[in-house]
Design a protein around this ligand. Structure first.
Ligand SMILES: C[S@@+](CC[C@H](N)C(=O)[O-])C[C@H]1O[C@@H](n2cnc3c(N)ncnc32)[C@H](O)[C@@H]1O
Length: 452
C-alpha cells in the first residue's frame, strides 16, 4: 500500500469524492466508476460492473432477475476476456507517485510505465502535449539530466499556469538530476499546433525533430473537480465543458442551438449511447421551455429519460456519463484533433524518437491504434496480421550507451514498418494495484510508436 503522505493524499482524494455520493464521477475519458464504499473489493472493471449490474436489476420476478443477472454478468466477463491488452506488471513505485502528486491530487496515470518508455533514451528534447498538473513532466525532467529542451503544452490556462509554476519551482529548487542547461518553454496551445510551437521555440527542432513526445489525453482532476467547468455529472455548474475557455463553443450552445439530429448523432457516435433517440427528443422539447442551462438540469433530463429497467436506480449515471462524454468530445472537437495531432506529433519526432499516447476511452484508443497503423503503412481493422510482428529489437542511435544492447522488458511485441515501429502491438493497461488505488486509471491504455 501507499505509505506516508501519498496514502493520505489518496485517501483524501477518494474520500472527497465518496462523500458526495455513493458514486464516483466520470474518469478522464468519461468512464463510470461506482464506489459502493468498498472500492478495494473490486479487483477489475468487469467484476465491478458485474456486481453493479447484478445489484441493480429490477424486482419484477425472481426468475427474470436471475436470468438477467446471469446474462449481464456473462456479457461483462466476455467483454473483459476479449480486451486485447497487456496489463502492466510493473510494480507501482510509491515514492515516485508521492513525489509527483500535484497539489490538487491529480495522480499521473501509468507514471512508471511512461518513464520506462523513455528510460532507455538520450532525451535531449521532449514535448509534453498535455502538461496538466505537470506530474509526468516533472518526473521525466528529473529522470533525464541530459534533457536540454523541454516544451509543455496545454490549452487550459489553469493547467498551464499550474504546470509552469510547478516545473519552474523544481528547476529553481536546485534538485539534483536536473540539468542547469535545461531550457523550458510553456505554451498555452492546443497540441494540434505542435509544429508551429516547435518552430517558434527553435527552427532546428522542426528539421531535427524531438526525441520524445507524450500525450496524456482526457481531463485532469482539476478540471473534473471544478463544477464551474461543467465536466462533472455530480456537481452543479454551467454547461461549459471547454478545455480552452477562449473558444466560443460550449455544451450549452450545442444543446440549445444545434439541429437536434446533430445532437442525436453525437450522442450515438461520441457517447455510444443507445437511448440517444429518446434523449434527442427530450432535449428538443426542453427548448420549448427555455432550454438547458446547467449540468443539474441536463442530469435531471437524463434521469427522467432513463427507465429504471436500464440499470436500475443508478442506471442514469451511466447514461449521464456517456452524454457528458459525447458533449465534451463535440465541444473540444477531440477526435478529429487527436487524429490530426498523432500524425503531426509523429512528423515532429527525430529518428529513434518515441511518441507515447495514453487514451481513456475506446473511441480515442481506436484512433491512436489506426493512426499508428496508418503511419507504418499497415492494414487497418484487424488487430492481428498487420505490418511485421517481431520481438523487440535494439539499435536506435538514441539508446543510451550502457544499455544499447539491453532489451527493454516493457516491450512485448513490436510491429515493424518501414518508417516506424509500433512498440505496443497491444496497448499497455495499468497494473491491478494502480487500478485499485486510482480509479481514474482504469480505462487508460498506453500505446507507443518509434520513428526509425
Ligand atoms: C489527463 S490531463 C494531463 C495530466 C498530466 N499528464 C499530469 O501528469 O499532470 C490532460 C490535460 O490535457 C489537456 N488537453 C486536452 N486536450 C488538449 C489539446 N487538444 N491540446 C492541449 N491540451 C489538451 C487538458 O486541458 C488537461 O490539462
Amino acid at each position: 500500500m501507499f505509505g506516508g503522505r501519498a496514502t493520505v493524499k489518496f485517501l483524501m482524494w477518494s474520500s472527497s469524492i465518496l462523500s458526495k455520493s455513493d458514486i464516483l464521477f466520470p474518469g478522464h475519458g468519461g468512464e463510470l466508476f461506482f464506489s459502493l464504499n468498498r472500492a478495494s473489493s473490486f479487483k477489475s472493471t468487469s467484476s465491478c460492473l458485474a456486481r453493479v449490474s447484478s445489484r441493480s436489476i429490477s424486482n419484477d420476478s425472481v426468475k427474470k432477475k436471475k436470468k438477467n443477472s446471469n446474462r449481464k454478468e456473462k456479457s461483462f466477463i466476455s467483454v473483459d476476456s476479449l480486451v486485447k491488452r497487456t496489463r502492466s506488471n510493473k510494480e507501482l513505485d510509491e515514492d515516485i507517485i508521492e513525489q509527483h502528486l500535484s497539489a490538487d491530487s491529480h495522480v499521473p496515470v501509468m507514471l512508471g510505465e511512461v518513464l520506462d518508455v523513455f528510460s532507455n533514451r538520450q532525451l535531449r528534447s521532449f514535448v509534453d502535449c498535455t502538461v496538466g498538473a505537470g506530474g509526468h513532466s516533472s518526473a521525466i525532467i528529473q529522470a533525464h539530466p541530459e534533457l536540454q529542451c523541454y516544451i509543455g503544452l496545454d490549452m487550459d490556462p489553469v493547467a498551464h499556469e499550474m504546470a509552469r509554476t510547478r516545473i519552474n519551482g523544481l528547476l529553481n529548487s536546485g534538485a539534483s538530476h536536473v540539468s542547469s542547461d535545461l531550457r523550458t518553454h510553456f505554451h498555452l496551445k492546443n497540441f494540434k499546433f505542435i509544429r508551429s510551437v516547435l518552430s517558434e521555440v527553435d527552427e532546428k527542432l522542426i528539421d531535427g525533430g524531438v526525441d520524445g513526445i507524450l500525450m496524456d489525453l482526457g481531463m485532469s482532476s482539476m478540471q473534473v473537480n471544478n463544477p464551474e467547468r461543467g465536466f462533472s455529472v455530480l456537481g452543479d455548474g454551467p454547461l461549459d465543458m471547454r478545455m480552452n475557455p477562449q473558444e466560443s463553443l460550449t455544451a450549452e450552445h450545442i444543446l440549445n442551438s444545434w439541429p437536434v439530429t446533430e445532437i442525436g448523432r453525437i450522442l450515438r457516435e461520441y457517447g455510444e449511447e443507445s437511448n440517444w433517440f429518446s434523449l434527442q427528443n427530450k432535449i428538443d422539447r426542453s427548448r420549448n421551455t427555455g432550454g438547458l442551462h446547467s449540468t443539474r438540469e441536463l442530469v435531471k433530463l437524463i434521469q427522467n429519460s432513463t427507465p429504471r429497467s436500464r440499470g436500475g436506480r443508478q442506471g442514469w449515471i451511466k447514461t449521464a456519463t456517456r452524454v457528458f462524454q459525447a458533449l465534451r468530445i463535440a465541444v473540444n472537437d477531440e477526435l478529429k484533433t487527436l487524429e490530426d495531432s498523432v500524425y503531426n506529433c509523429f512528423d515532429c519526432l527525430s529518428p529513434g524518437g518515441r511518441l507515447a499516447v495514453i487514451s481513456f476511452h475506446s473511441l480515442e484508443d481506436r484512433i491512436v491504434k489506426q493512426t499508428f497503423l496508418d503511419i507504418i503503412g499497415g492494414r487497418s481493422g484487424s488487430d492481428e496480421g498487420y505490418g511485421q510482428s517481431s520481438e523487440p529489437v535494439s539499435g536506435s542511435h538514441l539508446q543510451k550507451k550502457h544499455t544499447a544492447d539491453a532489451e527493454e522488458a516493457w516491450i512485448k511485441r513490436v510491429v515493424q514498418g518501414n518508417n516506424a515501429r509500433i512498440l505496443t502491438k497491444r496497448p499497455i493497461t495499468p497494473s491491478e494495484k494502480e487500478e485499485e488505488l486510482n480509479r481514474r486509471s482504469r480505462s487508460a491504455k498506453l500505446r507507443v510508436i518509434e520513428k526509425v
